[in-house]
Design a protein around this ligand. Structure first.
Ligand code: PEP
Ligand code: MG
Length: 320
């Protein structure tokens, strides 16, 4: 089965009744980009850039950013890449940032909020990113956005920096939906964003108020919780009002129980670890979109993740 999956992996993916789903890869390095290509990813749905900032004495400069992203874009041979701006905060040990200690780092200056105190870090990253060739292969994605003014501030800064280097083509800017507020305001955000990508790892953590790394809560902190599903549903509905697409780039996107549910809720891009691409594509190809829509709508009224998982396995049986 695996080698068959692997052969079909490079081809576009649709359900049996023709709903197209983009299956993209989450990457952090150029080696990951090679794996993504080798495993048939359609695109990169999330390039995590934290690694570039870690294990060093000072933040990377513009040229370094540009070189790192250019190498990856070259490796992708025409596939598009969604580059996420820096998503460290006081919880990750980037010593040279010298951020004041926080009592609740998960609720602190993380993600795009870091730009409030260190706008220089974001500016250099954006300047490097905007210089990558060819234009049009790269999109920007902002982590931990909470509301529209935050998005508009960064969008305006991106446009300023682009103009300063003579870049005329408008770059697409998407928003990660990882804060419940953003899911609830998805209709507003989608008016101004080019796409939305749900970070279900954080969205689950913040919706259920359960630390995503807490060993004793690991089983309960399940993205298939109906509260999380309702936020996914709200996000897709909000985006649809403005004709924008919605992806999922959290671990949920590769969960075989979750894939049919996400497809049924109207998500049209799944971004997963490079090695998971073939299996996710195979899973999507076995689905019927009409059935996914009907069942997913029913699952929204269940009472727990356990019930959702059980119902998913009945509707869409799988091994493993
Ligand atoms: C997420 O939160 O689901 C996500 C994709 O971002 P990260 O795991 O890097 O926080
Ligand atoms: Mg996240």
């Amino acid at each position: 089965v695996r080698s068959t999956n692997r052969q079909a992996a490079g081809e576009a993916t649709a359900t049996r009744d023709g709903r197209h789903i983009e299956v993209a890869a989450n990457i952090a390095t150029n080696g990951d980009a090679r794996d993504a290509v080798d495993h048939g990813a359609d695109a990169v749905g999330l390039l995590r850039t934290e690694l570039l900032f870690m294990h060093r004495q000072a933040a990377p400069g513009i040229a370094e950013h540009r070189a790192a992203y250019q190498e990856i874009v070259d490796t992708l041979q025409g596939r598009s890449a969604i580059i996420r701006t820096l998503d460290v905060g006081a919880d990750k040990s980037v010593g040279y940032l010298a951020l004041p200690p926080e009592q609740n780092p998960a609720l602190g200056l993380r993600g795009i909020r870091l730009a409030q105190v260190r706008p220089d870090l974001l500016d250099d990253q954006l300047r490097g990113l905007l210089a990558v060739q060819p234009f049009g292969r790269v999109r920007i994605m902002l982590p931990m956005v909470t509301d529209v003014p935050e998005l508009l501030r960064i969008r305006a800064r991106i446009d300023e920096l682009a103009e300063a280097i003579g870049r005329t083509a408008r770059i697409e800017v998407g928003v990660m939906i990882e804060v419940p507020a953003a899911a609830l305001l998805a209709d507003q955000l989608a008016r101004h964003a080019d796409f939305l990508s749900i970070g279900t790892n954080d969205l689950t953590q913040y919706t259920l108020a359960m630390d995503r790394g807490h060993p004793a809560l690991a089983a309960q902190a399940d993205s298939l919780h109906p509260a999380v599903l309702r936020l996914v549903d709200a996000t897709v509905r909000g985006a649809a009002q403005h004709g924008k697409w919605v992806g999922v780039c959290g671990a949920m996107a590769a969960d075989p129980d979750a894939v049919p549910v996400l497809v049924g809720l109207g998500v049209s891009e799944l971004s997963v670890a490079p090695l998971a691409v073939p299996d996710v594509k195979a899973r999507v190809r076995g689905l019927d979109y009409t059935q996914c829509r009907r069942v997913a709508a029913e699952l929204l009224s269940l009472a727990s993740a356990t019930e959702v998982r059980a119902a998913s396995r009945v509707a869409w049986p799988h091994r493993g």
